[in-house]
Design a binder for this molecule. Sequence first.
Ligand SMILES: [Cu+2]
Length: 267
Amino acid sequence: MFKRALFLLVTAASLTLLACGGQKDEDALMEEEGGKTSASTSTSAAAPAAAPAPAAGGATVSGKVNFDGTAPAMAQIKMDADAYCKAEHKEPVYEQEVVVNPNKTLQWVLVYVKEGVSGNYPPPSQPVTLDQHGCQYRPHVFGIQVGQPLRILNSDGTLHNIHALPKKNAEFNIGQPFKNMETLKKFDTPEMPVRFKCDVHKWMGAYTGVFSHPFFATTNDQGAFEIKNLPPGNYVIEAWHEKYGTQTQSVTVTGNEPKSVDFTFKG
Ligand SMILES: [Cu+2]
């Protein structure tokens, strides 16, 4: 009896908090950003494109992350523990730790400028969305700027509990029991990488890199990445993969010339 009453009380309190919290967060964000528009940052895997450098100038650094070796077999994810999750998939679902593309490149490599960026890059007001969809995180790996809103969305009709495990930023742990729930979060300081897990579904995992600048991209299903508008300077570019670690290369930008940087991880 007491337990049930407590449960109802907690649920009602959570709903009230969530209902108010979401709106308050959004208002606060709008206010902070003052509706100003800043250069949007593509954090999804950018398709390789031959687009000219935008008006902001600087170089486009693009390339591929190759995979040398035999692709390890990824375990099939068993979603039997949650009937909703299981019913969401007609085809088998596999772990995303090592995704080798048909063209022998690696997906989900975060490529970013590690050293050499100077100047101040205010965060875009446009959020990065981390969606919980089919009981998997989408995207699996992404970058975000310090202060940029992270929109955590539950597209599933089941409970997810998103648990961020940073070492420099504040840890958070949020239950999202209902479909279409959203929570806005921000990171205060650069950190690479930050892991997310779901405390309900042990197979769910994602990573972000938090940067003080917009010069980062994640490799797509062609293994390609593209970092735009990099001003003249000497830079260290780093590629990070959750299993294979990091590699770095130096690049010098003198104007708005395109630069090509390829990496190879050995399996
Ligand atoms: Cu979950």
